[in-house]
Design a protein around this ligand. Structure first.
Ligand code: FAD
Ligand code: SF4
Length: 847
C-alpha cells in the first residue's frame, strides 16, 4: 500500500454505516485512513429500530446513535443532507447531488433499503405514507390530526408496529394483509390467528387475505381502498408497510453484480463483485438473502472493518440468525430458529391457551434431544431461555413441554443463566456474549442496567435479550454479595417504593417535576403510567388534568374500557351491589337510547357495552344526572366491594354486610393503586360474597368482623390471609386504611396485593406488626393519607362533563358526523353483539 492515507468512503450514514465508522475508529484505522461519509438524511445516524418511540417518549436527539463530537474528534468528514448520485469505478470516485466529488481507495455501500409500495392504482395519492424515517413520522403525525381512520397495508413486523403508532395517534386503525395470516414470515397459522385475536381485542381491525385493487380519492382526498373480493374500506390515510427493497440504484448504475430481484451481491468478506467496493446492511445480498434486521448488518460491519484493516483473525460473514422477539401492540411475539420445522425429521410440540391468549410451539430434533426453533405468541417470557438452549445446543429436559408450561412439571424452565457457557451469545443485535457481560460487571463494578447497557451495548438493539441481561446482572451481583437494585426504569434510578417516598416528601405534583428532580431523559411507557398512578393515589388530582393526561393508558385516557371492536364499555358504580329500581330503569333507558349491550358483571354491577368515544360524554351526562358515579372499571384502582344481603334479609346473617360494603366502597372509591383492587363483605362464614378471594375481604362473625387480605381470583388464584379477627367496625376501617396505603406505597408497579404479599419478607407476621402493632410508627401517617383521599374524592366523570377543557378530548369526537362504518353487529338473545369475521363477510359491511 502507498504511504499516503487511504480514502474510505462510506455511502449512507444509517445504523450500519455509522457502526462501521465506529468500528474503524475503535480498531485504530484513523492513522491510515481518511474516513468520509455521505448522509442523505438531514440528521446523522439514529436508532431506526426504536423509530416508533419518536411518537411516544423520544425526540430526534434522543434517538441519535452518534456521541456528540464523535465525527469531529476522529477527523471523520461527513457530507450532510447530500446523496451520492454516481460512482465512477474506473476513476474510483463518487459524485453527490450537491456536486461534491470524492476519490476513494475503498468504497462501502451502506445505503439500506426503502419501503416497498405495492403497484396499486392510486398508491401515490395525498394521504398515503411510508414508515422509515423521522420525516415520514412527522408527515404521518401532521396528517393524522385531520384524520379519523388510518389503514396500514402489511401485517408483518413493521406493519403492526406502525398500526400501534396510528392507534396511539387516536385513529381508528385497520391492518390490511395480503397473506391469510399476520406476520407470515415469522409465525404459523395457529400463532397468526391467536395474534390476530389479541390485536383485535386491542381495537385494531385486521383484514387478512385482502388484495387491494385500487386506492380511490374523491375531491382530492383519500376516500377508500377497494379489494379484489369486491369489498372496500373507507379511510382517511394509508401507510404502506409491505416489506422493504434494497437501495441498490448506485450499484446498478456502476455495474456491480446484482441479485435477480435486486440487492448488491456480496461474499463472506462483504466485498461486492468489485474488490474495492463493499456492501453492508440492508442493501447487501448474501447467498440470495437480504437481512431486514440490524444485527446481521452490524455483523457485516464487523467483518468489513476487519477485512479493510487486514486483521489477521478477520471474521467471515456466514449468514445470520433471524430470531426476533417483539412487543407488537403490547402483545409479545417471538420466533426463532427453524420455526416452520423444515429440518428433516424434526417434530413440533405446541400448546395453545385460548383463555390466556397464548400460543407456544417448539420444534425439536428427530430424537427430541435438541431444540431447533419455535414460535411464541402472547407470552414470550421463555424466549431468552429457549434461544440459549437452541444456540448452545444444550440438552432438552425429558419432557420438553415443561419449558412451555412450567407448572405442569412443577418448576420454572429448567435453565438458569449460570448454566450457560461464557461463549453464549446473549445480545444478538450487538453480538455480546455472556462472558463479556460478566466481565464488564465484575471489572467495572457495574450495578445497574443503564450503565451495563451503555458499557456493553447488550440490550440496546431490539431489546429481546434485556430480561437475560438483567438475570445475569442480578446473578453476578448476588454472587458478589452486592444489593440488587430494582429501578423503575432507565429514567429513574429508584425503585417504585423509593420514588413514591421522594414524591411525597418533596410534595411533587407532576411527572415533569419528578423527572427534573429525580430522573433523566423524557420518560417511557413504563415510568409514565406508574408515576401517573403514584401522583393520583398521593394527591388525588383528576387524571385528565393537563400535566397528567399524557401519562394515562388508553382506558384511563377515555375513562372507559376499550373493547375488541374499538368501542368502549361503561360501568357506573353500584356500591355494595345495591341498586334502586329507579336507577335500574335509568340504566335500561340509557342502554336502549344508545343501543348498548348490557350484562351483569361478576362484581355486581351493570356493564354497558358498545359505546363509541363520541357517545361517552352523552351517556355519562345521563348517568350523572340520575345520581350515578364513575365505577373506575377502567383504572388500576378500587373496583367494587361486593356483598351478600347479610343479616338484613338472610336468615344466617350475623351482621349487616350490605351496609358495611356500601360504606367501605364509598370510602375507598377512586383510590388509585399499583394494580386493581377488589373487595367483598360476607354476612356470615358461609361466605356468599367470596371475600377470601379478594385484595381485602371482610367476613362477619358473632363478635364483629374478620379481615382477610391479599387474595385474588384471576389467572393465578390465591386464598387471602386472615389479618385480624373479631374486630369492631372502627378498627376494621383503620386497619384497611393502613393496609391499603402501605401496599400502595411499597408495591412494585402492576403488582397485585397477592404478589406483593408473597414477596414481603416476614410474611403475615410482619404485616400484622406493621398494620396492627404499628411497628414502623407510620400508622397515623397512613391513616392521614387515606383520609386525605376520602376528603378530596371527586367523580371523574362528573368533573369531566362539567369542565369544557376536559371535554375538549371528547369534543374531537362529539357529534362525529357519521357512525363508524366498520362497526358491525348482529342480534343475539335480543341484544346486539359484534359480528364474527364470518358474519362480517356475509354481511359485507366492510364497504
Ligand atoms: C419502524 C422500524 C422498526 C424496526 N424494528 C426493528 C427491530 O425491532 N429489530 C431489528 O433488528 N430491525 C428493525 N428495523 C430494521 C432496522 O432499522 C434496519 O435493519 C437497519 O436500520 C438497517 O441499517 P442500514 O444502515 O442498512 O440502513 P438504514 O438505517 O436505512 O441506513 C441507510 C442510510 O443510507 C442513506 N442513503 C441511501 N442511499 C444513499 C446515497 N446514495 N447517498 C447517501 N446516503 C444514502 C439512507 O438515507 C439512510 O439514511 C426496523 C426498521 C424500521 C423502519
Ligand atoms: S354469607 Fe351468610 S349472610 Fe351472607 S348470604 Fe351467605 S349465608 Fe347469608
Amino acid at each position: 500500500m502507498p504511504n499516503r492515507k487511504q480514502n474510505l468512503v462510506v455511502v449512507g450514514n444509517g445504523m450500519v454505516g455509522h457502526r462501521l465508522l465506529e468500528l474503524m475508529v475503535e480498531k485504530g484505522a484513523t492513522d491510515r485512513w481518511n474516513l468520509i461519509t455521505f448522509c442523505e438524511e438531514p440528521r446523522v445516524a439514529y436508532d431506526r429500530v426504536s423509530l416508533s418511540r419518536y411518537f411516544m417518549d423520544m425526540t430526534a436527539a434522543d434517538l441519535t446513535l452518534v456521541e456528540p463530537g464523535f465525527y469531529q474528534a476522529n477527523g471523520i468528514q461527513i457530507y450532510m443532507h447530500d446523496r451520492v448520485v454516481e460512482i465512477d469505478r474506473e476513476r474510483q470516485l463518487v459524485r453527490s447531488a450537491n456536486g461534491v466529488e470524492v476519490a476513494y481507495d475503498r468504497l462501502v455501500l451502506a445505503t439500506g433499503s426503502y419501503p416497498f409500495v405495492p403497484p396499486i392504482k392510486g398508491n401515490d395519492a395525498a394521504g398515503t405514507f411510508v414508515y422509515r424515517t423521522i420525516e415520514d413520522l412527522d408527515a404521518i403525525k401532521a396528517y393524522a390530526q385531520q384524520s379519523k381512520v388510518g389503514v396500514v397495508v402489511g401485517g408483518g413486523l413493521l406493519g403492526l408496529e406502525c398500526a400501534n403508532a396510528l392507534k396511539n395517534l387516536g385513529l381508528e386503525t385497520h391492518v390490511v394483509e395480503f397473506a391469510p395470516r399476520l406476520m407470515p414470515v415469522q409465525i404459523d397459522d395457529a400463532g397468526g390467528s391467536m395474534l390476530k385475536g389479541k390485536i383485535e381485542e386491542l381495537g385494531v381491525k385486521v383484514h387478512t387475505s385482502k388484495v387491494t385493487t385500487e386506492i380511490v380519492s374523491e375531491n382530492g382526498k383519500l376516500a377508500r381502498m377497494e379489494f379484489a373480493d369486491k369489498t372496500s374500506l373507507s379511510t382517511d390515510m394509508i401507510v404502506f408497510s409491505a416489506g422493504i427493497r434494497p437501495r441498490d440504484e448506485l450499484a446498478r448504475q456502476c455495474g456491480l453484480e446484482m441479485g435477480d430481484r435486486g440487492g448488491i451481491m456480496i461474499d463472506e468478506s462483504c466485498q461486492t463483485s468489485d474488490p474495492q467496493v463493499y456492501a453492508i446492511g440492508e442493501c447487501a445480498l448474501y447467498q440470495g438473502r437480504i437481512f431486514g434486521l440490524v444485527a446481521p448488518g452490524y455483523q457485516m460491519a464487523e467483518v468489513a472493518s476487519d477485512h479493510l484493516l487486514e486483521v489477521a483473525t478477520a471474521q467471515s460473514f456466514a449468514g445470520a440468525d433471524m430470531s426476533t422477539k417483539l412487543k407488537l401492540l403490547g402483545v409479545d411475539v417471538a420466533s426463532f430458529g427453524d420455526n416452520f420445522a423444515k429440518t428433516p425429521g424434526s417434530k413440533e410440540l405446541a400448546v395453545g391457551d385460548a383463555v390466556a391468549g397464548t400460543y407456544k410451539k417448539l420444534v425439536v430434533s428427530a430424537d427430541g434431544k435438541l431444540l431447533l426453533g419455535g414460535i411464541l405468541v402472547g407470552d414470550a417470557s421463555a424466549y431468552g431461555t429457549l434461544l440459549q438452549l437452541m444456540q448452545n445446543q444444550m440438552p432438552l429436559p425429558e419432557n420438553p413441554l415443561s419449558l412451555l408450561v412450567p407448572a405442569t412439571a412443577g418448576a420454572a424452565p429448567s435453565m438458569s443463566v449460570d448454566s450457560l457457557p461464557d461463549t453464549a451469545q446473549i445480545c444478538s443485535c450487538n453480538n455480546v456474549t455472556k462472558g463479556q457481560i460478566c466481565a464488564a460487571i465484575q471489572d467495572d463494578n457495574l450495578t445497574d442496567m443503564p450503565t451495563l447497557k451503555k458499557c456493553t451495548k447488550a440490550g440496546t438493539g431490539c431489546g429481546g435479550c434485556v430480561p437475560l441481561v438483567k438475570d445475569l446482572l442480578q446473578s453476578e451481583l448476588k454472587k458478589a454479595g452486592v444489593e440488587v437494585k430494582n429501578h423503575l426504569c432507565e429514567h429513574f434510578a429508584y425503585s417504585r417504593q423509593e420514588l413514591y417516598h421522594l414524591l411525597r416528601v418533596g410534595q411533587i405534583k407532576s411527572f415533569d417535576e419528578l423527572l427534573a428532580q429525580h430522573g433523566k431523559g423524557h420518560g417511557c411507557e413504563i415510568c409514565k403510567p406508574a408515576v401517573g398512578s403514584m401522583l393520583a393515589s398521593s394527591w388525588n388530582d383528576h387524571v385528565l388534568n393537563t400535566p397528567h393526561i399524557g401519562l394515562q393508558d388508553t382506558n384511563d385516557a377515555f375513562l372507559a374500557n376499550i373493547q375488541k371492536d374499538g368501542t368502549y364499555s361503561v360501568i357506573p358504580r353500584v356500591p355494595g351491589g345495591e341498586i334502586t329500581p329507579e336507577k335500574l330503569i335509568v340504566l335500561g333507558q340509557v342502554a336502549q337510547e344508545f343501543d348498548l349491550y348490557t350484562k351483569i358483571t361478576g362484581a355486581q354491577r351493570v356493564d354497558l357495552f358498545g359505546a363509541r368515544v363520541d357517545q361517552l360524554p352523552l351517556i355519562w351526562r345521563r348517568l350523572v344526572d340520575a345520581g350515578f358515579e364513575s365505577g373506575h372499571a377502567y383504572g388500576k384502582a378500587l373496583r367494587t366491594v361486593k356483598s351478600c344481603v347479610g343479616s338484613t334479609w338472610c336468615r344466617f346473617g350475623v351482621q349487616d354486610s350490605t351496609s358495611l360494603a356500601i360504606e367501605v366502597e364509598l370510602r375507598y372509591r377512586g383510590l388509585r393503586s399499583p394494580h386493581k383492587l377488589k373487595s367483598a363483605v360476607s354476612g356470615c362464614t358461609r361466605e356468599c360474597a367470596e371475600a377470601q378471594g379478594k385484595d381485602f375481604g371482610i367476613i362477619a362473625t358473632e363478635n364483629g368482623w374478620n379481615l382477610y387480605v391479599c387474595g385474588n381470583g384471576g389467572m393465578k388464584p390465591q386464598h387471602a390471609v386472615l389479618l385480624a379477627t373479631d374486630i369492631d367496625k372502627e378498627t376494621l376501617i383503620k386497619y384497611i386504611d393502613r393496609f391499603l396505603v402501605f401496599y400502595i406505597r411499597t408495591a412494585d408497579r402492576l403488582e397485585r396485593t397477592s404478589t406483593w404479599f408473597n414477596k414481603l419478607e416476614g410474611g403475615l407476621d410482619y404485616l400484622k406488626q406493621v398494620i396492627i402493632e404499628d411497628s414502623l410508627g407510620i400508622a397515623e401517617e397512613l391513616e392521614a393519607q387515606m383520609q386525605y383521599h376520602v376528603d378530596t374524592y371527586q367523580c371523574e366523570w362528573q368533573t369531566t362533563i362539567e369542565n369544557p377543557e376536559k371535554m375538549q378530548r371528547f369534543r374531537h369526537f362529539v357529534n362525529a358526523d357519521a357512525a363508524d362504518p366498520s362497526l358491525c353487529y348482529v342480534q343475539e338473545r335480543g341484544q346486539k353483539r359484534p359480528a364474527t369475521a364470518a358474519e362480517r363477510a356475509t354481511l359485507a359491511t366492510v364497504q
